[in-house]
Design a protein around this ligand. Sequence first.
Ligand SMILES: *Cc1c(COP(=O)(O)O)cnc(C)c1O
Length: 228
Amino acid sequence: MSENDAVEGLRQVQESIQRSASDYGRDPASITLVAVSKTFPADAIAPVLAAGQRIFGENYVQEAKVKWPALRESYPDVELHMIGPLQSNKAKEAVELFDVIHTLDRPSLAEALAKEIAKQGKKPRLLVQVNTGEEPQKGGVIPAEVDAFLEACRTRYGLEVEGLMCIPPAEDPPSPHFALLNTIAKRNGLNVLSMGMSADFDAAIQLGATHVRVGSAIFGARPRHSSR
Ligand SMILES: *Cc1c(COP(=O)(O)O)cnc(C)c1O
């Protein structure tokens, strides 16, 4: 995909979000597009930045550390979202690098993040990942344990959690998972819902997404081995 294709992809995704918002009677300003740039080099990201997009998602701390410091010098108002699985021993770098972390999903990570937040005096916004499909290979808190985990984040680790994130199982229709995430968020008084990717962000917007994470519809297909 050429650079212009990514800018064209960005425009199309922006238009689709507007259309979905209008279809479902939602304020388009309540839906944030997180452009997922994982696996794409700085050269591929630069035109999308130049076109005005400022919010990006990355899956790997190491990769983000290589790409983003230089891009940020040119675009200091970039907002970087961590959307991939996070190892506790990467908490330090994650707190240094990211403005939002979507993948808080266990006590050991909550503890590591709380420690770094106190140490660095920098406070990324936090979302708890929910494993709505209860898939063993996937990160996230299972639905039955989310309320207790949120409570532990608050009282035990002193972390303010803004919302929830999910990645539905690839083989399922996504809507029931989005609806479940919405229900869990509502009963916990959370307003931020990170759900919906290239293939299903329309359904996610229908069901209340505030953040859609869109990669391939903007940047094109990723090499297969690194598609997660
Ligand atoms: C890769 C990824 C995305 C983007 O997926 P696309 O299908 O390319 O839009 C969104 N969320 C997470 C957690 C991802 O890993």
